[in-house]
Ligand binder design. Structure first.
Ligand code: F0G
Length: 357
């Protein structure tokens, strides 16, 4: 039994590695990927579909970003860059910081001041990144990151506008097909900057072109209602949502996301913060998977689309849950139920459990 080697080694023949890279390059890897595709029993019963959760919060830094970051930082190191830079709502920065740490290169992250979840900030601090707060939103941070890396060529931009990020992230679609033995009928996922929907569609399309699958899923991209440019058909100037990971008004991969939707006969939907939080609690309570609020967008979309018939009963549906709930303890604890407090008293404990009979 050989241990999982990480994405680049596992999918090397499907990834654009090495052509222009220094001889002797090695993957910068934390053994990302190979995340569970979890059959979601309660959600299947609720919707009449065969629902699976692709649990991306179990990647090394707790989000799907690690799939792209192993590629981006490997490339940065193998092409002699001295540092990496990203704009981020939190997860990209945590991931970039971790991979830069093991690559031994500098990392700085541009984050919207006061608008990233506490766990993500803690990760970037611990991995040793330089944290730079920007007076502005994610879109402003990305513009600044693009300008900086365009001016200083020893610094690599590791946002999903870097093409190798998308290449790494497409491997999640391969894993889903490998686990299901087919493509799902529908694939639902949260959409912010729109890199991930682009990546999944590329993954499915490559397997389809090679005859590994005979059909591709309809892509259901779900945005937060206060940050839903793709649903509205126009950028949102001041995006706002509790799901800070997808608080983005001007997605960089706009055209690719629209292509994924159109070519797959798919759809963009918006979910209100209330619906996101409902789904967020349901995934934890009914499936035992603690995700961050943005990740619940996929399930909020599933619930809405099965309720109005866009997804037919009996369909096989995969929902990507993109990030780990531990990253955002504040949102989890904002609905804290009353906490019982007892002495060293077994009866009081059983009584607090309502199980004294
Ligand atoms: N879910 C989570 C948990 C995310 O962190 C992100 C994006 C998305 C979904 C949306 O993915 O941008 O490819 O459409 N987070 C980025 C970041 C923007 O900076 O961490 P997307």
């Amino acid at each position: 039994h050989t241990p999982w080697p990480g994405l680049i080694t596992a999918y090397r023949d499907r990834l654009p590695v090495c052509d222009t890279w220094e001889a002797g390059w090695e993957p910068v890897t934390l053994r990302e990927g190979a995340t569970p595709l979890l059959p979601a029993k309660a959600l299947s019963e609720l919707t009449g579909c065969d629902v699976h959760l692709k649990v991306e919060g179990l990647n090394p830094t707790g989000s799907f970003k690690d799939r792209g970051m192993t590629m981006a930082v490997t490339e940065a190191k193998a092409t002699g860059k001295k540092g990496v830079l990203c704009a981020s709502t939190g997860n990209t920065s945590a991931s970039a910081a971790a991979y830069a740490a093991i690559a031994g290169i500098e990392c700085a992250v541009l984050v919207p001041a006061g608008k990233i979840a506490m766990g993500k900030l803690a990760q970037a601090v611990m991995y040793g990144a330089k944290i730079i707060e920007v007076d502005g939103n994610f879109d402003d941070c990305l513009e600044l990151a693009r300008k900086t890396t365009a001016t200083f060529d020893t610094i690599a931009l590791v946002n999903s506008v870097n093409p190798v990020r998308i290449e790494g992230q497409k491997t999640a679609a391969f894993e889903i097909v490998d686990a299901l033995g087919k493509a799902p009928d529908v694939h639902a996922l949260p959409v912010g900057n729109a890199g991930n929907i682009t990546a999944y569609w590329r993954g499915y399309s490559e397997y389809f072109a090679d005859g590994v699958i005979s059909s591709r899923p309809r892509m259901l991209g779900v945005q937060a209602a206060g940050a839903a440019p793709l649903v509205n058909g126009a950028p949102v100037k001041d995006p706002e949502t509790i799901a800070t990971a997808i608080r983005i008004g001007s997605p960089a991969s706009w055209n690719q996301a629209v292509a994924a939707k159109d070519e797959s006969n798919g759809e963009f939907r918006a979910a209100t913060d209330e619906k996101l939080l409902e789904a967020y609690r349901l995934i934890a309570k009914a499936e035992g998977v603690f995700v961050e609020p943005a990740s619940a967008a996929s399930v909020a979309g599933l619930l809405a689309a099965t309720a109005d018939g866009w997804i037919e009963k009996g369909s096989t549906v995969v929902c990507t849950v993109t990030g780990n709930g531990l990253k955002d303890p504040d949102t989890a604890l904002s609905s804290l139920p009353e906490i019982a407090r007892v002495g060293i008293d077994p009866v009081a404990v059983a009584s607090a459990m309502g199980l004294t009979e």
